[in-house]
Design a protein around this ligand. Structure first.
Ligand SMILES: *Cc1c(COP(=O)(O)O)cnc(C)c1O
Length: 422
């Protein structure tokens, strides 16, 4: 108990030790509670502040939104377990004892999985695009269709990325129609050294439209880079027993884009690839080499934890084992299985719902799913549950979609919803 009024900051901070937060943070909480000055019970108020600080630290959450790649929840869930008592061979060649490259493992496994000569990995797809432009077109001109000068979530704007990379943007065609001769003119008359094709990702232009195929761009005299974004490795989905799901529609895939003639593709690791946050640059070995020897490559390289996690995913692709990749396992869960899980939790709450791929991929796509639905908005009490459960609220009903919930967490979700409702 703290007896003085107002209490000393230090004493108040010490009384909160059981929250498990380090002392300097408890001092902040105590200071804030006292500075508010209006509290009847400083200890209670300071405890409140400390508890909300603790709950804001990075923690595991249960995603019951049905959005498979939820940007607010780190997109794809991945395995990042490593030994805390040993080191890794991150840049060590165990056969020779010489220094190795962190780019020799996961990136090359991914290259194999999508039929590329070589690949390298950076922190995200935004940095992949930036590095490719800086390395292959720094100080020179890059042509992009006016229909593809997009902004993708969180302010990734193609014109700004091009400027930041040191390249000069040459806009070709129009918003709705661009033809290969527009690119040809830019290459011949404006000294364009690279043609960039950007997947529109989270929007569509419909109606009187025309765009240039990668195979047409490949006929021109300069390298073609395709920013496909989502990281679908192969349109045939050989890692899925039942082949590509219908909802993939015409999503561009790395293997087919390279086969069509792209010299490089860039894509995210944490969208349809289902891996950790990385950006992959895959394609012609000499162009990948030019990227990896650019000074920015060092600034953008990912750490060992991420490469470890990516390696597991890449090996699962080569094993054609989609079930080992959490994103693909969840995305392809049969509806009957979801329904029996829901019925096991509470037969009165079972309802059909829709999951979505999310992450700015496949706009408008809905994947039939099954969830628990109860009338009323219980999102707050579920969010404050330990562990937090993030649900969806539609028309004042709480929906917990089971597609994005691991079966091990069914009991936790059921109990939390039961507690919230009663
Ligand atoms: C998502 C996306 C990006 C950005 O990827 P991050 O990995 O989030 O940086 C870039 N280009 C396209 C086409 C995308 O879809």
């Amino acid at each position: 108990m703290v007896s003085e009024y107002p209490p000393s900051i230090d004493q108040l901070a010490r009384s909160l030790k059981d929250t498990g937060l380090p002392h300097p943070l408890l001092v902040d909480a105590a200071r804030l509670a006292i500075s508010e000055g209006n509290s009847e019970d400083f200890e209670k108020r300071a405890r409140n502040i400390a508890e909300s600080m603790a709950s804001n630290l990075l923690t595991d959450v249960i995603n019951a939104t049905g959005v498979l790649l939820h940007t607010n929840m780190g997109r794809a869930p991945v395995d990042v377990s490593t030994s805390s008592t040993r080191y890794t061979n991150l840049e060590l060649d165990l056969l020779t004892g010489d220094r190795g490259s962190r780019q020799d493992r996961a990136p090359q496994l991914l290259a194999k999985a999508c039929g590329a000569e070589a690949a390298m990995v950076v922190n995200n797809c935004a940095s992949a695009v930036m590095l490719v432009l800086a390395a292959l077109a720094g100080g020179e001109s890059v042509a992009v269709s006016r229909g593809e000068l997009v902004e993708i979530g969180g302010g990734f704007r193609i014109p700004e990325v091009i400027t930041q990379s040191g390249a000069k943007l040459v806009e070709v065609g129009t918003t709705n129609r661009t033809r290969v001769k527009d690119f040809a003119k830019a290459v011949n008359k404006e000294n364009v050294v690279l043609n960039l094709s950007v997947h529109q990702s989270n929007y569509r232009i419909e109606g009187f439209t025309e765009s240039v195929k990668i195979s047409e761009l490949a006929e021109l005299d300069v390298p073609v880079v395709a920013d496909i974004g989502s990281g679908l490795l192969d349109a045939a989905c050989p890692w899925l027993e039942s082949g590509p799901p219908a909802w993939l529609r015409n999503e561009p895939a790395a293997r087919q884009t390279l086969e069509a003639g792209a010299d490089l593709v860039t894509f995210s690791g944490d969208k349809l690839l289902g891996g950790p946050q990385v950006g992959v640059i895959a394609g012609k070995a000499d162009l990948v080499k030019a990227c990896s020897s650019h000074p920015l490559a060092r600034a953008l390289r990912p750490g060992g934890l991420v490469l470890n996690s990516l390696e597991k995913i890449a090996l699962s692709y080569l094993d054609r084992d989609g079930n080992a990749i959490p994103f693909w396992r969840m995305a392809t869960l049969p509806i009957d299985e979801l329904r029996s899980r829901a019925e096991e939790i509470n037969p009165l709450w079972v309802a059909d719902t829709f999951s979505t791929p999310g992450g700015g991929t496949l706009p408008g796509v809905e994947i039939p799913s099954v969830g628990l639905v109860v009338p009323g908005d219980y999102s707050e009490s579920l969010r404050l549950n330990d562990p937090p459960i993030i649900c969806r609220v539609v028309d004042n009903s709480t929906i917990c979609d089971l597609r994005t919930v691991h079966p091990n967490d069914d009991g936790v979700v059921g109990a939390a919803l039961e507690a919230a409702v009663s």
